[in-house]
Unconditional design. Structure first.
Length: 142
């Protein structure tokens, strides 16, 4: 459980800081506020996507170029896809001693099955199942 929470929070803060750097470089108005909102909403599925989309629109409405807004959106998408699909499963899998692919399946399956709570329940159930399987195979071979 601790690994899931720590992995989720660490990835959300990292994503928020990296996307926040993009806000600052693109001169988004209130970039610090958008960065804090990105960190908070990155803990929810698709939450940060709403924030950096709103920041891209705010940039356009305040005189930013279409190129800058599209670049900001692209940067946010790259950071989010990398963080959510590679970094977070690696952090959670390492803490729970789950292989990367099983960790990714546990996160996605948990969210699909249980909603937001499944972000935490999926890896916990997968870790319990894998522990029972390892114990069973150890006892079967003895």
């Amino acid at each position: 459980m601790r690994g899931v929470v720590n992995g989720t929070v660490v990835v959300a803060v990292g994503e928020g800081l990296l996307i926040g750097l993009g806000y600052w470089l693109a001169s988004v108005p209130h970039s610090v506020t958008f960065a804090v909102l990105t960190i908070a909403f990155a803990m929810l599925p698709f939450g940060a996507w709403l924030v950096f989309t709103a920041a891209s629109i705010a940039l356009l409405l305040n005189g930013g170029t279409l190129f800058a807004a599209a670049g900001l959106f692209g940067w946010g998408a790259i950071v989010m896809l990398t963080g959510d699909n590679f970094v977070q499963p690696a952090l959670i899998g390492g803490a729970a001693r789950l292989p990367f692919l099983l960790s990714l399946v546990a996160i996605l399956g948990g969210i699909e099955t249980f909603g937001l709570v499944g972000l935490f329940l999926g890896p916990i159930i997968m870790a319990a199942f894998l522990t029972a399987l390892r114990e069973w195979s150890y006892n079967a071979s003895s």
